[in-house]
Write a protein that binds this ligand. Structure first.
Ligand code: MRU
Length: 329
């Protein structure tokens, strides 16, 4: 399964706002609508946003647009996932080296995409090693093939563990308000014939209390140097619940999601989205139109609630600050 395709001079994105009902691909030749596609979540998920921005930068180069301006417009699309800025910085460095040559930039973006899939597969194998036999695994949001260059981070771990015959059941939180778990994770699991049960977000604690969850694995949008990390809103409450019930809680991410410039999670910018995402469900009004709404897209989970960090270089355990620094050493 993939959601991002480079087609010579065109970028094609699978419109994730329409899944699982319709599989519609949209083609782009201009970087500006790609920035809108990131903002409106046609494409979403931290690594996928990075890969998409790299290709959008190539569209700007092909069209002879100002690359500095393109970088600024793309960087302004969403604030939390650091992969967006990481990919744009890498493309800008390449542009300096190659004098803005479009073909060299395309080769760099294709390489970013290829590396992302490779990292997910490596992460999958390392992560599968911490999954027990007959595992009942809980995940939140979508950190799958759709959220990355392909294969997935948290879902990559689940895919690899499933291939090893270790997965009894995957519980997918539906993930209000935009239902990435229901619409996207459930879609990926069903497509891959991985045993899956969809639950509303408020059901996870009850499953843990009954001893029906052996392990939690989630994705990440940005991790600070001490292991605190931002992920989809609701991840923090899953982590608190897992800690309370003694359920191991893992976060899976490529090193491109780690932001060593931040000492801890308090500096991670958290996107606030349109209030109508909470007042409505699929365009249907579910609350008074005038009610006040709080709608942060992400929350920060403190490293003290994390059992281990699964990366493409191996699984990291506490003390996280020291062990993360060693990864980059
Ligand atoms: O708002 P979204 O759908 O972009 O949020 C996505 C998540 O929070 C994912 O868990 C995260 O980006 C990791 S994706 C491998």
């Amino acid at each position: 399964m993939d959601a991002i395709r480079w087609e010579g001079k065109t970028l094609a994105l699978l419109d994730q706002t329409r899944l699982p009902v319709e599989e519609v691909w949209i083609s782009y030749q201009d970087y500006r609508p790609v920035a809108d596609a990131i903002r409106t979540m046609v494409v979403r998920g931290a690594p996928a946003i990075g890969v998409t921005a790299a290709y959008a930068y190539c569209l700007a180069a092909l069209a002879g647009d100002n690359l500095e301006e393109a970088k600024e417009v793309l960087a302004a699309s969403r604030p939390t996932a650091v992969n967006l800025f990481w990919a744009l910085e890498r493309m800008a460095r390449k542009a300096q080296d190659c004098g803005g040559d479009a073909q060299s930039l395309i080769a760099e973006a294709v390489e970013i995409h290829r590396e992302d899939v490779e990292m997910c597969k490596a992460m999958g194998l390392y992560g599968a090693s911490v999954v027990p036999e007959h595992a009942r695994i809980l995940t939140h949001c979508n950190a799958g093939a759709l959220a990355t260059g392909g294969y997935g981070t948290a879902l990559g771990v689940i895919r690899a563990a499933h291939q090893q015959g270790k997965v009894q059941m995957v519980y997918a939180d539906e993930t209000r308000p935009l239902l990435q778990g229901a619409r996207l994770t459930a879609y990926e699991l069903v497509s891959d014939h991985i045993p899956a049960t969809l639950i509303a977000d408020n059901m996870a604690a009850s499953l843990m209390a009954k001893g029906q969850i052996d392990l939690v694995v989630v994705g990440c949008d940005r991790m600070a140097a001490n292991g605190d990390f931002a992920n989809k809103i609701g991840t923090y409450s899953v982590a608190v619940n897992a800690h309370h019930h003694g359920v191991p809680f893992y976060v899976a991410l490529p090193c491109s999601t780690i932001d060593l410039s931040l000492a801890d999670g308090s500096g991670i910018p958290i996107e606030e989205r349109d209030k109508n995402e909470v007042r409505t469900l699929y365009g249907v009004q579910t609350a008074p139109a005038e009610v006040e709404v709080y709608n942060p897209a992400f929350d920060v989970t403190p490293h003290s609630l994390v059992t281990g960090i699964i990366t493409e270089k191996g699984v990291i355990y506490p003390p996280f600050r020291e062990n993360l620094a060693r990864l980059f050493g």
